[in-house]
Design a binder for this molecule. Structure first.
Ligand code: MG
Length: 257
């Protein structure tokens, strides 16, 4: 069921959005060659524990697409890992492409956001795919206005992906956000303009384009039961914001600026 939020409820979601944004911003500035993925996880755990009213959406999360509780505070997906990467004892190497995906509940409301970046010297094709996901996110957000259709958001994302020559995986995409992390509607990263649910004021969704360089297929890492990797080993990137639809245009609740 799709739940619409009142203006007051959207206001109540803002602290969660700001909190998630501030953590991702700090990590973007501090994570570098040599940073261990477990240090990133610790940083997020400490931030959540120190903040009254904040709770991790990930620690006890055990959906049917993962194996057991996630048991960590942030998703760290590196190189060919593109979604749901479990932090493990790994120090980032020069040129690694890192995606950080973070959802936190603050005072009963969730915000969800993801960023990708390269540590050290970047390969051109890695910067290109990151840019593509960021542009696709902006294009999707621009369509998130009351009166449009869900397919307008999906089509805008897909158009950017195809313009760059990337195929789109439709198994995982954006989603409703509110009291829980994953609600209706599902927001696919490709679709048909003018089709689907008519967007309404008060809809709050995570829009999250993620692409891989030379495939649209993924497999689950059998060692950790969570991390999703590209089928052909090519690298992936992921950009995500939680957005509230209003009559005055979309509000980016997880804006880092
Ligand atoms: Mg997310």
């Amino acid at each position: 069921m799709i739940e619409l939020k009142t203006e007051k409820e959207v206001e109540m979601m803002k602290p969660a959005g700001k909190f998630v944004a501030s953590i991702l911003k700090s990590l973007r500035e501090s994570v570098k060659v040599g940073t261990n993925l477990l240090e990133i996880d610790d940083y997020v755990r400490n931030a959540i524990v120190s903040r009254a009213g904040a709770e991790s959406c990930y620690v006890d999360y055990a959906p049917d697409f993962g194996t057991g509780p996630f048991a960590h505070y942030i998703c760290t997906s590196v190189n060919d890992a593109v979604l749901h990467g479990i932090p493990f004892d790994y120090a980032l190497k020069d040129g690694d492409l890192v995606s950080l995906d973070l959802a936190i509940n603050v005072d009963g409301w969730v915000a969800d956001s993801a960023i990708s970046f390269v540590v050290g010297n970047a390969r051109e094709e890695d910067l290109r795919i990151i840019k593509a996901t960021e542009e696709a996110l902006a294009a999707g957000i621009a369509q998130a206005v009351p009166g449009n259709r869900l397919g307008d958001i999906s089509a805008a994302i897909g158009e950017v992906a195809h313009g760059y020559g990337y195929d789109v995986n439709l198994e995982f995409g954006g989603h409703g956000v509110g009291r829980i992390m994953h609600g209706d509607p599902h927001v696919p990263n490709d679709g048909v303009k003018g089709r689907g649910y008519r967007l309404r004021k008060g809809l709050v969704i995570a829009i999250e384009p993620w692409f891989m360089q030379t495939t649209d297929e993924i497999y689950q890492d059998e060692n950790d039961g969570w991390t999703l990797r590209s089928a052909d080993g090519s690298r992936g990137a992921h950009s995500e914001h939680t957005i509230a639809l209003t009559d005055d245009g979309p509000i980016i609740l997880t804006d880092r600026d």
